[in-house]
Every structure is written in C-alpha cells, then in structure tokens.
Ligand binder design. Sequence first.
Ligand code: UD1
Length: 357
Amino acid sequence: MKRILTIVGARPQFIKAAAISHTIRDNHSSEMQEDILHTGQHYDDAMSGQFFTELDIPLPRYNLGVGSGPHGKQTGLMMSGIEEILLQSQYDGVLVYGDTNSTLAGALAAAKLHVPVYHVEAGLRSFNRSMPEEINRVVADHVSTLLFAPTQTAVHNLRNEGLNSNDIVFSGDVMYDNVLHYSSIALQQTKPLRDSYILATLHRDFNTDNPDRLRHILSALKTIAEQLGTEIVFPMHPRTRKCIDSMMFEPLPKSIHVIEPLSYLETLAALQRCSLVLTDSGGLQKEANFCRKYCVVLRPETEWVELVEDGAAILADADEQKIVDAALRLMGQTPTANLHFGNGNAAETIVRHILES
Ligand code: UD1
C-alpha cells in the first residue's frame, strides 16, 4: 500500500485534487491510501469549504490554518507545518498541484526530507519572473521526482531546462477530466445567472494591485457592456474586492453584476451558458476552451500558448482598446475544440505512474 500526502491550499488545487482523489478512491483503493493536507492559504467558505462539499473531496486530515500574509511568511509557515507532519508520519510521496505558495512549500519541505514529490501541472511557463506563480512552478519542478505535464509544450519546457526525460510524463490535464465528468451535472444542478452574459474574473496581483491596470480593465468592461448592450457577470475574488474598495473607483454600472466567488459547478455552468470569457485566470482560460467559448486574456502573456496559437484565446493585456475590440469580435462565436490537453484520462495516468514508480 502506497501512502500519499496530497498538499492543497488554494481554490484551483481543490478542483485538481478532486480528480485524483476520486480516481484513487474508485480504482486504486487497495494499492494507494491518500491523506489530504490543507495549508489554509484559502480559508473563506467561498474560496475553500464549498469545493470540498460540492466535489465530494475527503476532508483534510491536517489543516495548518496558515491564512493570508506576505509570501515569505506564508510560505515559511506552511513549510514548517508540512515538515512536522512529514517527520511524524511515513509517507511514500507528496502530491502537489500547480503553482501557488502551497505548491512551493509542499515541494520544498518534502524534497528536503527526501520524500518523493509528484508535481501535477508541471512545466508551465509564462517566462515572466515577476509573477510569484512563475517562481513557484520553476522551483517546484526542479525538486520534483515525477513531473506530470498537461501539454506537450510543458514537456518541451521541462526538457529545455535540462530535467530528466525519464521523470517527465505527458499526462494530459486533470481539469479536462473534470470538465468531461461534471459539465452536464453542472447544468442540471444550477440555474442560469442571467439570460445572456459575458463572464469576467480578475485576481492576479499585477492586475488588482496596480491602479492603472485595474482602471483600464474596469473601464473596458464598462465600454463592452455599453457598446454591446450585454450584461457582464463578475464573480469577485476577495483580493480584487479589497483593492477596488481601497482605490475608491467610481461605482460600476448596473449592467456589471458583481457577485461572490462561484462554486466549481456554478463556474462550469456559467462557462457553458455565457457568450464570452474575460479573465486573468489560468484555469478559466482552459475551461473556456473546453466549453467552446472564446477567452480574452487580461494578461500580456499566458502559459497556455496553444490556446493563443489556435486563436481560441486572445492576449489583450490591460489594454482597453484591445479588450473591447476582441470582445466585439468574438462574443457569441465558437472556437476550436480542445486539441492539446489529453483525452480526459489524466488522473488515471498520474495515479498509475505513481504506483509504478
Ligand atoms: C493564489 C495563488 C494564485 C492562484 C489563486 C487562485 C499564490 C502566490 N497565488 O492567489 O496562483 O491563481 O490563489 O485563487 O499562491 N483572501 C481572502 N479569503 C481567502 C483567501 C484570500 O479574503 O480565503 C484575500 C486576502 O486578502 C489575501 C488575498 O485574498 O491577502 C490574496 O490571497 P493569496 O492566497 O495570497 O493569493 P491569491 O490572490 O488568492
């Protein structure tokens, strides 16, 4: 029996971990036992608790309750808590996801104790080291034992950095597994948010903490709502809400509906029902494509370069004109289907490789 510790802390990690947890529970419970450690990076029910309930994820065995804080303090507190647990209990490996501070802390703490690290969503690169996520993913990849790359571009990035080809597995993307599994459930279990709308989200620090970028993006949303006569649904991350409040911008027009962060199923239903996605989220860019919606990316670059090459995602940065032009051109249109993120079997591939390692 292989004992695995799954380390999660932030919203997108709960969603990714659900795919693997279900695969272990349903197909491999005689060979693998999983415990979950929640760092506490996200703690509001809307950002954390509701995902465990809705996605039927086993409750965390450990919760470090670290909460928000500056990067060094937050990551340091997590590392110290994870180290203590790894020293107390014998785990055969640690599973980490994506690129958050929880990923970095889990990977570093385990690697220093010579516990194998399995990194899901390895090899993504924006090549922009001013993003905390880029630092987290580069470091996590370089201390990992097995690197599960969701795309061939990610495989290529890892090889380019000199990582051992034997440790790199093209697994496909667990988020695609989830979309295939949950899409119709999401539509059945939710009501439409409005008759027709554009879905917008924003949470990256370089957008929320920079008054100029934030102002340009909000102004683009207003112009789109006015020029297209469409409503915009804007589920707001707590960081974004705090920044908008503190910068005391003019109130948003009524056609922009600011709501609480959505659950996973609500998000998936909203993606299927909307006419366009505007976002700086990494996960939502892919999910938009899996749901056959165009995505206007509110960043200068993206890790998901395939989507841009296919024309399914448009890099509009915080450039008001580019955002508005892309929205006017693409609203209600249908991009190409998923070509790059595997066949919906990523979680099974990952669990098998861990068992065989
Ligand atoms: C983190 C990840 C980011 C990921 C995102 C998903 C890092 C460096 N960033 O960003 O990669 O895309 O999660 O959402 O790990 N807050 C609350 N309640 C919560 C959580 C956060 O109010 O439950 C507020 C706090 O003011 C906090 C701020 O949001 O300071 C930022 O939270 P933090 O976890 O530092 O980063 P995210 O922006 O969520």
